[in-house]
Design a binder for this molecule. Structure first.
Ligand code: UDX
Length: 434
């Protein structure tokens, strides 16, 4: 089996290297010379635990290669995965499909009969139809199939998610495409991972519905956390109490500063647009999006209120964690952006530390003093705020933190600490929903 992966971004690179690790021959193609050069030199352009070893191992074994030469790569391809970006279009929130369609157009004349073109990028319902139309138009007479195969990878756990999936979803409108995708995923299905075959439109919608449902779970528990604070209950108890009902499930019930990242914000917006286009408005998802947007700024106000409220000119806050979650350097739609902005709007000076995200953070957050470790970020601050659940923040030396802070106030937006422990060290402790 020869697989070609178009796009060496996050999804393309993880999927390509995992497919090659299954024993398939994989060629990854990208238009970005600097990315390909880096990969040829063994440098991985993204931060994902374990990916560098996986790439090196499979390159060494001769199963994984990188090139800018599309026609050479496609020469004997059995399956071509499209894994290019689908950012939110500026202005209307629709997914921008120009990269997907450009890839389809460019590859069409280079494909051979029997090839299966697979959309792995997250694309709205009907995109597969358009890809099929474009290829048919550009390569008249070619025998080909177009399939959908959404990914469900979490950043920071992507390799594990790929190799031990809850399920593999394939959207196919013909038997040949199903056979080829079944063969590609056989190393997984042999190990009992369920592969669910459905229509192409069904698969396209499954991806969005899945992410929107997870976003809804998070939005729900965040609002319940706020209610817990008002009524004097502990959200951890409530989450556990409902999560043990197997119909609900205990995962994705962790309250926090709101969801961010490259998927949930963008995919929920795109799903809302699809709902509008097809006159089936998704009011629940609409509320989740609004609730999450409001939450990010309200977490900034929570810090300000803990400091006494109102304007806080001359005060300093030490922010621990900037990325949208731990184990990534990704700052896309991170709650930290709105939180820092809200603090700065109230006249507060911000010092910050993040183990991996500071380079990316510098591109999106201005006027912050970036520090070399958590303690430096807290030095002289009036409050410490945990925004991201990095492991290094779970066992801070609280005595040292207290001696560095002007006021012993810890706002823990990820509920990493027990109230008792922190209060015993003489802090005022503010958590989420407890
Ligand atoms: C997500 C999906 O999990 C994945 O299947 C999809 O393909 C891409 O989008 P990712 O964005 O990498 O993956 O991160 P995830 O671990 O799902 O977290 C998303 C956001 O939700 C983060 O901001 C995280 O902090 C937040 N979150 C998650 C919570 O606030 N509470 C939770 O219980 C879980």
């Amino acid at each position: 089996m020869h697989i070609v992966m178009i796009g060496t971004g996050y999804v393309g690179l993880v999927s390509g290297s995992c497919f090659s690790d299954f024993g398939h021959r994989v060629t990854c193609v990208d238009k970005d010379q600097s990315k390909i050069d880096a990969l040829l030199n063994g440098e991985i352009p993204i931060f994902e635990p374990g990916l560098d070893e996986l790439v090196a191992k499979n390159v060494e074994a001769g199963r994984l290669s990188f090139t800018m030469n599309l026609s050479e790569a496609l020469d004997d391809a059995d399956a071509v995965f499209i894994a290019v970006g689908t950012p939110s279009r500026r202005g209307d929130g629709h997914a921008d499909l120009s990269y997907v369609y450009a890839a389809a157009k460019e590859m069409a004349p280079l494909l051979r009969d029997g090839v299966v073109v697979v959309d792995k990028s997250t694309v709205p319902v009907g995109t597969g139809d358009e890809v099929e139309r474009i290829i048919g138009e550009e390569a008249p007479g070619l025998k080909f199939s177009v399939a959908s195969n959404p990914e469900f990878l979490r950043e920071g756990a992507a390799i594990d998610d790929f190799k031990r999936p809850d399920r593999v979803v394939i959207g196919v409108n013909d038997d040949h495409a199903e056979e080829v995708l079944q063969a590609i995923y056989r190393p997984l299905t042999r190990n009992d991972a369920p592969l669910i075959a459905m229509s192409r439109r069904g698969a396209e919608l499954t991806k969005y519905a899945g992410n929107a449902f997870l976003a809804t779970k998070i939005g729900f528990i965040n609002e319940i956390a706020d209610l817990c604070e008002r009524v004097g209950a502990d959200v951890n108890d409530v989450a556990k109490g409902i999560g043990l009902d197997t119909r609900i499930g205990n995962r994705f019930l962790q309250p926090g500063p709101g969801y961010g990242g490259s998927c949930f914000p963008k995919d929920t917006l795109a799903l809302l647009k699809t709902g509008q286009d097809f006159e089936a408005p998704l009011r629940i998802v609409e509320s989740v999006v609004t609730s999450n947007d409001n939450r990010k700024r309200s977490m900034g106000r929570k810090v300000i209120n803990a400091m006494g409220g109102g304007e806080q000119h001359g005060k300093t806050v030490g922010v621990l964690g900037l990325t949208f979650k731990a184990n990534t350097d990704d700052m896309r739609d991170s709650p930290a952006i709105s939180i820092v902005q809200t603090l700065q709007d109230a006249g507060i000076t911000v010092r910050a530390y993040d183990p991996e995200g500071m380079e990316q953070a510098k591109k999106v957050i201005d006027n912050v003093t970036y520090c070399e470790d958590p303690y430096a970020a807290l030095d002289g601050a009036d409050a410490a705020v945990i925004v991201t659940e990095w492991d290094t923040f779970r066992a801070l030396d609280l005595d040292r933190v207290k001696s560095l802070l002007k006021t012993p106030l810890l706002v823990d937006l990820r509920n990493l600490y027990s109230r008792k422990d922190v209060e015993e060290h003489g802090f005022t402790y503010v958590a989420v929903g407890r």
